[in-house]
Structures are given as structure tokens and as C-alpha cells.
Design a protein around this ligand. Structure first.
Ligand code: SF4
Length: 80
């Protein structure tokens, strides 16, 4: 086991250029929103508790966004 992190994932759709990088790296967390033609977090990842490995993956994916549109906000940390 290890620490768990309650995180909120969001995308600033004004910045998103719909390049598809985030949804190809983490399709469980990011998806294309056809109503606006931009990417968005999946319902599951808007507000989720994840392990350290998944948090790192989210942060790495956010860092790959060419317009820094992805925000990964840690709301609370739970230690064992
Ligand atoms: S990586 Fe950034 S710009 Fe590309 S689709 Fe995802 S949020 Fe949009």
C-alpha cells in the first residue's frame, strides 16, 4: 500500500487545442468532448482518489500538454 491522493482533474478548454495527447496517454482520464471540440476529463477522473503511481501518470500527462491546459489539484493526502 502507500499514500492515496484525492485529486480533482480539470482542463481549461479555452487553452485546449484538442491535440489528443492527453487522451492517447491516459484514455481512462481524458476524452474528446464533441459538443465543444475540445478534450475534457472523464467523469471518473474529475474527482477521484488515486495511488501515487496514478498521480504521477496524471502529472506526467499534464506536463505533456502543449498549452498547459490540464490542472491536477491535490485536495487531500491520505497516509497509511
Ligand atoms: S494535451 Fe492539452 S491541448 Fe492536447 S487535447 Fe489534452 S488538454 Fe487539449
Amino acid at each position: 500500500m502507500g499514500a492515496k491522493y484525492h485529486v480533482k482533474v480539470s482542463i481549461d478548454q479555452n487553452k485546449c487545442i484538442a491535440c489528443g495527447t492527453c487522451s492517447s496517454l491516459m484514455p481512462e482520464a481524458f476524452e474528446f468532448d464533441p459538443t465543444v471540440g475540445k478534450n475534457k476529463p472523464t467523469d471518473k477522473y474529475k474527482d477521484i482518489t488515486v495511488d501515487k503511481e496514478t498521480l504521477k501518470k496524471l502529472k506526467d500527462t499534464a506536463a505533456m500538454c502543449p498549452t498547459q491546459a490540464i490542472k491536477v489539484e491535490i485536495i487531500e493526502t491520505f497516509n497509511d
